[in-house]
Design a protein around this ligand. Sequence first.
Ligand code: NAD
Length: 309
Amino acid sequence: MGEDLRFDGRVAVVTGGGRGLGRSYATLLAAHGAKVVVNDPGGSLDGAGVDDSAAHQVVREIAEAGGHAVASTESVATPEGGRAVIDTALGHFGGIDILVHNAGIVRRAPLSEMTYDDFEAVLDVHLRGAFHVVRPAFPLMCEAGYGRIVLTSSIGGLYGNDEVANYAAAKAGVVGLSNVAAREGAAHNVTSNVIVPAAVTRMAEGIDTSAYPPMGPELVAPVVGYLAHESCSVTGEMFIALAGRVAMAAVTESPGVYRPSWSMAEVGDELDEIRDRTHPVTFPVVPDGHGDHIRYSFAMARQAGQVHA
Ligand code: NAD
């Protein structure tokens, strides 16, 4: 096995870097030469309270191993907090090359009982938090002609889960933000991808994990590290890392059915063919999945001679 990838001269920000997956990302990047801002206010799983020691402890571990890191204990849940996290990278290390937005909290409740407070608090960290750090970092990366962004979704964001309407909505939203960053960053050598991680961390509290295969954060971190590396040109994609399985996830469509007009009953009549994904269609986000989707649909109409180009 040769030398693993290096990040010498690169500056990375890892939000929620004080524990769990974020800690694993921060220590891996630092061990391979990156200067790392370990951002974490250190609250409880539901976002309450603060504990500065989480970020400082990881910074200490990195320093003891001979790496370079600085702690930021701001919350990404506000615009000011997000900007302060990015400013820490600029102030201490003179730039930002890599942004991993990983911070997260969980507040569970059945949909019928979920409070607005719990909905907003979770969106503030995962989704608005992503915007609060991407928004100040993105123009700097574009100007520098280099950037690697990794945002964090979740199985719950792709497939839903019980009692996490707030979390699932936020984690699905992150995909949309990443896709736009990927499109707008493409001309500037700025990539944006999504990690769909799973690991036994404190987020697994209450789940019986005794029969799980090995599922530590160290099985996810190399995927995030690769997506953060200059040799990775992939952008606008979603990567899964769970218990040693690494895969990609993508939105697929059925080819669909064209008719020049539809009644509601005809939709029902055609449902099997509408839903037939024997030959799935996927449109890569970059360079122009949005346009490809429209062109594919127009082509069906044109083939039927209904629309004149
Ligand atoms: P964790 O609780 O161990 O770590 C999350 C960290 O984020 C904590 O240290 C916490 O203090 C920090 N954080 C919370 N609010 C913050 C804020 N406002 N600003 C900055 N930092 C904040 O959880 P984890 O399992 O390591 O999760 C990391 C990410 O991965 C989260 O986004 C989570 O939703 C996602 N994820 C985890 C799993 C899993 O199986 N563990 C599955 C899917 C997605």
